[in-house]
Design a protein around this ligand. Sequence first.
Ligand code: ADP
Ligand code: MG
Length: 760
Amino acid sequence: PVDRSPEIQEARLKLPILAEEQVIMEAINENPVVIICGETGSGKTTQVPQFLYEAGYASSDGIIGITEPRRVAAVSMSHRVAKEMNLSHRVVSYQIRYEGNVTDETKIKFMTDGVLLKEIQKDFLLLKYKVIIIDEAHERSVYTDILIGLLSRIVPLRGKKGQPMKLIIMSATLRVEDFTDNQKLFPAVPPAIQVDARQFPVTVHFNKRTPVDDYNGECFRKVCKIHRMLPAGGILVFLTGQAEVNSLCRRLRKAFPFHKNKTEGDEEKEESVEETRKFKKSKQKKTMPLPKIDLNSYSVLPVDEGDEDREAEMDDDEDAVGSDIDLDLGDDGLEEGEKSNSSLPLYVLPLYSLLAPEKQAKVFRPPPLGTRLCVVATNVAETSLTIPSIKYVVDCGKVKKRFYDKVTGVSSFRVTWTSQASANQRAGRAGRTEPGHCYRLYSSAVFSDFEKFSPPEITRRPVEDLILQMKALNIEKVINFPFPTPPPTEALAAAEELLIALGALQEPPKTGRLKDLQIAKLSCPISPLGMTMASFPVAPRYAKMLALSKQHDCLPYAITIVSAMTVRELFEEFERPAVSEEETEKLKGKKARVIQMRRIWAGQGPFQKLGDLMVMLGAVGACEYAGCTPKFCEANGLRYKAMVEIRRLRGQLTTAVNSVCPDAGLFVDPKMKPPTETQVTYLRQIVLAGLGDHIARRIQAEELLDEKWKNAYKTPLLDDPVFIHPNSVLFKQLPEFVVYQEIVETTQMYMKGVSAVESE
Ligand code: ADP
Ligand code: MG
């Protein structure tokens, strides 16, 4: 029996999924695999685990596991469900890569999909679980796809063993054919239950014209207009990345200053009565009837022909605010004198995945009284998190994605149009609590050219890590694996080849044809080294480095370097435009200091040859020595969140290494001494062993045929020049041979994470 508070009970009853509890539970009781589709916010993530719990699916002989593609969701959903059920975090818990609060009492466990994949390696049948819920399956993250493939085999095996397990796949869209019409995956078609969306109508407004470049400016103008002209209700803006989000937040805060946020807790207390009154009054007067438009009708064409024109006016004539032109977005005009809400402060919050968790959590709390909430977000807000009381969505229509070249592995971040499905998801965020509006900063013609759905991630990125994990699970013929959508054969072959080069797979006999044949069939078995590598939770190249580092006491350093290379964005970005002159000076001073620190960390003479990896080692060493405080990070241009992750990953890798070779007796030493010269030499060899295929040679003066090759490097696979990234400590030194962590293409192709290799 669950003892919920009356408020929670009331809120639950409003969720559409509650009406389906019986249908859902009957389907689950009668079928090993069930698919549940329902709009974001219908209650899938928070309620289905509770249904299962109440139906007795968590007992002494098994618990309920839920996977999320994003860490943010795993943590915040476990908190939410614990609160709704009035149970402690000891019972409703979470586990993400670096942390968790799982106990012996845990009955409901939220985790990232990567965590469950690791567990399958230890216990293929997942005997600890009675139910696995794969959430957000529509996102088609690589791990989600692999998990569904594996679970399609595990579920029948559990049935045969007489310890049946249920698999529930939850999706925010109805596009589930990859799971249902896939005989290889599920020979018996699993039932798909559709939860009716209790979604209020959302009116979609397309721009008449699509801005060529400046969608950021366009977003700013649109938010300003909504805030000045439209009735109360939260605004949610979709942009493509962290830098854009922060920059729009700054602009908006400047345009609509919100002076009371000196300390968060004081916001409400300092609320002025007068403002509240003004706010209430304007709210009463301004309720405009909204056009009744069904959400389902917006997917292809603009709902209202007139909208485009009105929109265009809004766009073309920014100064119109306060003038007589009728600029409202609904059917009713606003009366003169009521047009400006600008006295109302705008409470602007950013939301993106690298944001510190306590800052992320702010978006769930009600905004200070008498303010309008405006959340500026990346894709995180598209499906996994439901932000309360959003009435207006501003959608730039773009998404930032990493693209990989299938052959060379060169990656670039590109901003492209999103898919129709995701644009519709974004629009849907506006209709959660009342009818809403979505402003698309592009025309309906552009929208109809969007691809219908984004292709699954597994078809878009290198897969060596997955292949190694699968081989470690004794899946030798990867090509026969029941992928919901298989990766391209080139990507599979490239992965197999890299793993052979790293020694992780047994090399097929070198009789020409046979080797080709085996790679083509992708059936090389894993080697003992490969098994060791697979036990490290890092990419195969880095796992190889760890596996080689036992000599000369290099392990603690290799672990640190690998941790630093694995965690994203160690160093703060400096592109932040200063708000004032004073700040400009401060930033200049800081930049100088940071550059100096990087030089110090890079060391002298032979130490320097380890290049950027030496800098990483030095930065982590110094930061840990100083106690890894936010203050130290801030002063030295390090990203605190990254440093904390590195610390956790070091701990995790240290444990992993100890369990593979118990005599290593490693521990994480916060006062780790810098490596000796000999150790640095070995470290460079180790790095070369892992990154051997990432080698580049500088073009010598006598070879210089074309200016474009000045200071450039040549790599075996690329015809075009690549350069050392300007942020690298080796940028000026230009060693003859280097290895790099990755090549990222921006204006040029840049090598990042560079270290020098001896030329002999
Ligand atoms: P779905 O998984 O179908 O998208 P959820 O179960 O995540 O839906 O959300 C159901 C409802 O619970 C939503 O209306 C949302 O507003 C509410 N909710 C979710 N998390 C929180 C939270 N942390 N605080 C308050 N309400 C929340
Ligand atoms: Mg959900």
